[in-house]
Write a protein that binds this ligand. Structure first.
Ligand code: ADP
Ligand code: AMP
Length: 214
């Protein structure tokens, strides 16, 4: 089962992608997490990506396409995967399709998590992230057991620099300009499924499971 998560930044793609990955036993591939891990480890890719991420801009396609192409060819992706944060532009989606075509594969479902812009800024300012293991919390909707500490690995949680209100506004306009056209793209392929992302997390997950078949 090869899935793509679509939706604005903060719509809940990562939250749902992790639940899907756990339930169906497939890898969760988040390009944002890959970049943040590279930044943390001080790699050349991390240094290049950080400049764009801090401004709320997209990292150039050429820095992300090969990375994902290599990842989906790995053995643990044989039964499928859930892509979160990729593709984010039409050229990225076309490159992914070309790679999959060569492998005799295709995307089975593009899940579009719909949340209006008004709700997004509040969600993002409450998000807390663990850069060590990729876990995500929300100070109101999904708090960690001990404030500021990751339940899973015990590391300190952070407010991502790009989750500050000003950067979120830039990220939303980048989303509308460059990423939203993917809704039509996957609609044209007949694999688009819309889900109301304003419901609580478990309800959103139940709606996705109904689409995927339990
Ligand atoms: P994305 O991966 O789309 O950027 P996240 O999954 O990180 O979004 O979610 C953004 C923030 O909103 C996180 O703090 C998360 O805990 C919270 N969140 C996710 N889904 C919901 C929901 N259905 N209702 C309320 N808060 C949510
Ligand atoms: P995310 O964790 O998905 O919200 O991504 C955080 C940031 O990483 C984005 O605002 C971009 O700067 C960058 N990024 C992640 N995935 C991509 C992608 N597929 N294409 C371009 N930039 C990306």
């Amino acid at each position: 089962m090869r899935l793509v998560m679509l939706g604005a930044p903060g719509a809940g793609k990562g939250t749902q992608a992790k639940k899907i990955a756990d339930k169906y036993g497939i890898p969760h591939i988040s390009t944002g997490d890959i970049f943040r891990a590279n930044i943390k480890n001080g790699t050349e890719l991390g240094k290049r990506a950080k400049a764009y991420m801090d401004q709320g801009a997209l990292v150039p396609d050429e820095l992300v396409v090969d990375l994902v192409a290599d990842r989906v060819k790995q053995a643990d992706c044989e039964k499928g995967y859930v892509l979160d944060g990729f593709p984010r532009t039409i050229p990225q989606a076309e490159s992914l399709d070309a790679v999959l075509k060569d492998m005799g594969q295709k995307i089975d479902h593009a899940i579009n998590v719909e949340v209006p812009d008004e709700n997004i800024v509040k969600r993002m300012s409450g998000r807390r992230a663990c850069v060590s293991c990729g876990a995500t919390y929300h100070i109101e909707h999904a708090p960690s057991k001990k404030e500021g500490i990751c339940d899973r690995c015990g590391e300190a949680l952070i407010l991502r620099d790009d989750d500050r209100a000003e950067t979120v506004k830039t990220r939303l306009s980048v989303y509308h300009e460059q990423t939203q056209p993917l809704i039509e793209y996957y609609g044209g392929q007949g694999c688009l499924e819309d889900v109301d992302g304003t419901m609580d997390m478990e309800e959103v997950f139940a709606a996705i499971c109904r689409i995927l078949g339990e």
